[in-house]
Design a binder for this molecule. Structure first.
Ligand code: 5AD
Ligand code: SF4
Length: 448
């Protein structure tokens, strides 16, 4: 069989990789890097599980529902393995880290279980699995795992890309599994991040979203006095890069220099995801958040003073152990005071091994009922923020073609999805658009 050319090497195998990604944007980034790591072994990405020689489920453990989904998905994949005995199945991500060998016990069709810190070893693991071994790797290495992942040939990339700059978390919020699945806070060296960003821009990327579980805790890697603000300022110097964003931030790490960047760094988009989780000081304390509702509101005021048009997004948990109606009312009051353009809200889900899992739990009916009330308010705010865009001029980075002929879809500076009639040659350009309409989850407009 004719070989496939990869970075100058003729590959003899031509295998197909199917990756299904769950959960956060960091998993999206990791899935791409896993595909990069496996490309030199002859793997090409397919979007059809039934064609695959290797299936990877890149999983999320943040809430119980997310973790349980994996087992039902694995159950659905078992027949594929019966049809194709050469098929190997791997579970990656945070469920792999948290549950390890238990996954193979519950679902013997699984060949590989690999945690988020060991992806650079995937090619060897794949070979061991092909030799009939069951492979488990949930070690936390000292080195920067991304450094071991070979970059593919200079393939074009979509205009908007993620770039992980920091991983893990030292905050230990009482509900959260992240410090256990992703480990303690580790920042990548700035030089490597800058090199990766330049590489992305050479491949056609115009917008980079810096990722980290606690991205604003970024502090470099023992190579001088780095913080997220300095990193953003250095990245902004890259010619051809039009936009920068970052997510997710913790209120306690919103330093003054980072706030200042929203005022004077033109490439930094006016959108900030800043989870508060609850508006009750009693619950925030029980959550080990180490801030109060009032200090959060003051912080928002400070950022809005620098960037008045900032679009704010948040995360909320209802029904955390000990939450009473009065605490929930405090959350509603905070939401009314802050006014969010975009939000994510969840019922508290007990996570094994986290401190709050041991406490007396709120009844599920109460959680559901509070979630419905909170979501009604958040949706109302989101819709009114969106409607307020009608008639305004925004700049849109077009990313792809839309469903209607001649239509392109992109994102405004405020992260609204915007569609407009436009020549597809302008994908990858930032274009001025006048907003003419607002539907549930997107805006429509006319190119100026
Ligand atoms: N239950 C419900 N929501 C959670 N989150 C994190 N852990 C839990 C949990 N145990 C939410 C938080 C966090 C977001 C990523 O997920 O709001 O900010
Ligand atoms: Fe989890 Fe975020 Fe709290 Fe860290 S700061 S423990 S990632 S919720």
């Amino acid at each position: 069989m004719a070989g496939k050319r990869y970075a100058g090497v003729i590959m003899s195998n031509n295998r197909k990789l199917f990756v299904k990604t769950y959960g956060c944007q960091m998993n999206v980034y990791d899935s791409e890097r896993m595909a990069d790591a496996l490309a030199p072994a002859g793997y090409e990405v397919t979007d059809k599980a039934q064609d695959a020689d290797l299936i990877l489920l890149n999983t999320c453990h943040i809430r119980e529902k997310a973790a349980e989904k994996i087992y039902s998905e694995l159950g659905r994949m078992k027949p594929l393995k019966e049809a194709n005995p050469d098929l190997k199945i791997g579970v990656t991500g945070c469920v792999a880290q948290a549950e390890g060998a238990e996954i193979m016990r519950r679902q013997p069709a699984v060949d590989i279980v690999v945690g988020p810190q060991a992806y650079h070893r995937l090619p060897q693991m794949e070979q061991r699995a092909r030799a009939g071994e069951k492979v488990l790797d949930t070690e936390f290495p000292e080195e920067d795992k991304f450094d071991h992942l070979p970059r593919g040939p200079k393939m074009r990339r979509a205009p908007s890309a993620f770039l992980t700059v920091q991983e893990g978390c030292d905050k230990f919020c009482a509900f959260c599994v992240v410090p256990y699945t992703r480990g303690v806070e580790v920042s990548r060296p700035p030089a490597r991040i800058l090199a990766e960003a330049r590489d992305l821009v050479e491949r056609g990327v115009r917008e980079i979203t810096l990722l980290g579980q606690n991205v604003n805790a970024y502090h470099g890697a023992g190579d001088g006095d780095w913080g997220l603000a300095r990193l953003l300022r250095e990245l902004a110097k890259i010619d051809g890069l039009a936009r920068l964003r970052f997510t997710t931030s913790h209120p306690n790490d919103m330093e003054d220099d980072l706030i200042a960047a929203f005022g004077d760094l033109e490439k930094l988009m006016p959108y900030l995801h800043l989870p508060v989780q609850s508006g009750s000081d009693k619950i925030l304390k029980a959550m080990n958040r180490k801030h109060t509702a009032a200090s959060y509101v003051r912080l928002i005021e400070k950022i809005r003073a620098v960037r008045p048009d900032l679009m704010l997004s948040g995360d909320f948990i209802v029904g955390f152990p000990g939450e009473e109606e009065a605490d929930f009312q405090d959350t509603l009051a905070l939401v009314r005071e802050v006014n969010y353009g975009q939000s994510y809200s969840f019922k508290y889900s007990t996570r094994p091994g986290t401190p709050a899992a041991e406490r007396a739990q709120v009844e599920d009916v109460d959680k559901s009922e509070r979630l419905a009330r909170l979501q009604a308010l958040l949706t109302e705010q989101q819709q009114s923020a969106q409607r307020a865009m009608v008639g305004r001029e925004v700049s849109v980075l077009f990313e792809k073609t839309g469903r209607l002929p001649g239509q392109l879809i992109g994102k405004s500076e405020y992260l609204h999805a915007v569609h407009a009639l436009c020549d597809s040659a302008r994908i990858g350009e930032v274009v001025k658009v006048k907003i003419t309409g607002s539907v549930t989850n997107s805006l429509s407009g006319a190119v100026l």
